[in-house]
Design a binder for this molecule. Structure first.
Ligand SMILES: NC(=O)c1ccc[n+]([C@@H]2O[C@H](COP(=O)([O-])OP(=O)(O)OC[C@H]3O[C@@H](n4cnc5c(N)ncnc54)[C@H](OP(=O)(O)O)[C@@H]3O)[C@@H](O)[C@H]2O)c1
Length: 344
């Protein structure tokens, strides 16, 4: 018997990609239900060759749902995840609502799939922030090889990471600039078109932003609490694809050639690193792809055992929807869940 899967936030950036990926990977679902707010009641969304009519979250009975992929923001998640889990559906949540709770697993399957068994605590599994997901996929194999002591990360994050309204804002500002129209700012605090903004999520007391804090807290929870990490998160006028420049200090020596070899063998990573114009991957090229691409690997002469690298990844896929679907696939592959008996 196949699974009955609900996608909450099915009209959003992440939800639409979730439906695309479930269909693409032939996820063993007998039925997929698309849910969003009441505003979207009756809206049509694609699921492979099929069209699904969106239903309102509050009208859904979750008692025969096996898996619920949530991507409707923290407030919706806070209210609904425990209610859905109480009906026996396993919730895989994309918001930041549950990520830091000690009894909720925060999982990137290539890195810490073993943590998944902890889903039984509360019936909820958290998906990391998009910028963390791609980072830990790259750091994990390097950490296994030479033990990371410290990492310094600068991100270049696309507007799709801030939802569909943010994409509309980049589009409309760009058009306004070409037509000498009025530039409206709703989602971002400064103009994003032909600009960049060194501020994502709210400011914290120590001057870091919440996005920067999330990268630190999540890397520690997923990979190793001993890793010291500091980040500067920047929004850039790119529609899809997050990029990161990463400086890493290791306990043990590791050359750039060794790092490339380790990364070539690592699950989820693809190395494209030729020292010539165009011999690296940009966000435009990684959009629609599943891998985290690593380029520009080089030794850092300013520290002992240091490397510098560049990585890019489709934030809507590995940064969100793909990771959630991989979590669901891993639960099934490890026989941690089975489909509920459905009424005939
Ligand atoms: N974008 C990324 O790269 C990324 C990466 C990791 C995690 N996330 C997280 O994933 C979540 C969704 O992000 P997104 O980029 O897809 O946002 P989005 O494009 O703004 O979409 C939000 C979705 O949530 C639904 N929604 C809002 N209020 C709701 C309610 N009261 N009840 C039911 N559904 C409701 C919306 O439905 P309507 O269309 O009906 O309003 C829409 O489907 C966020 O928590 C975000 O932090 C995003």
């Amino acid at each position: 018997m196949g699974f009955k899967v609900a996608v909450v936030g099915a009209t959003g950036n992440v939800g639409r990609v979730m439906l695309e990926i479930l269909a693409e990977r032939k996820f063993p679902a007998d039925e997929v239900v698309a849910l969003a707010s009441r505003r979207s009641l009756g809206t049509e969304v694609s699921f492979g060759d099929a069209i699904l009519k969106v239903k309102a979250l509050e009208h859904q009975d979750f008692s025969d749902i096996d898996l619920c992929l949530m991507s409707a923001g923290s407030a919706v998640s806070k209210e609904w995840s425990p209610r859905i889990a109480a009906k026996g559906a396993v919730v895989i949540d994309n918001s930041s609502c549950w990520r830091y709770d000690a009894d909720i697993p925060l999982v990137v399957p290539e890195v810490n799939a073993d943590a998944l068994s902890g889903f039984r605590n509360r019936g909820i599994i958290a998906n990391p922030n998009c910028s963390t997901a791609q980072l830990v996929v790259v750091l994990k194999p390097l950490h296994d090889r030479a033990r990371i002591k410290r990492a310094v990360v600068a991100t270049y994050q696309s507007v799709s990471g801030a939802g569909k309204e943010a994409m509309d804002e980049l589009s409309s500002q760009t058009k306004a600039i070409y037509t000498a129209g009025e530039i409206e700012m709703k989602k971002f605090p400064k103009r994003i078109a032909f600009n960049l903004i060194p501020h994502i999520d709210v400011f914290m007391e120590d001057g870091f932003t919440k996005e920067e804090w999330k990268m630190v807290a999540e890397t520690k929870k997923i990979l190793d609490p001993k890793i010291r990490l500091v980040a500067t998160c920047v929004r850039v006028p790119v529609f899809v694809g997050h990029s990161e420049a990463v400086n890493i200090e290791f306990e043990e020596p590791i050359t750039a050639d060794e790092a490339r070899e380790v990364l070539r063998r690592a699950p989820g990573c693809l190395v494209l690193d030729r020292r010539e114009p165009g011999g690296y991957v940009t966000p435009y090229e990684c959009a629609g792809e599943d891998a985290t691409y690593v380029s520009r690997v080089r030794e850092d002469p300013t520290v002992e055992n240091g490397l510098v690298l560049w990585c890019v990844c489709d934030n809507l896929r590995k940064g969100a929807a793909l990771n959630a679907v991989q979590i669901a696939e891993t639960l099934i592959a490890r026989k941690l869940i089975s489909a509920k008996k459905k009424a005939a």
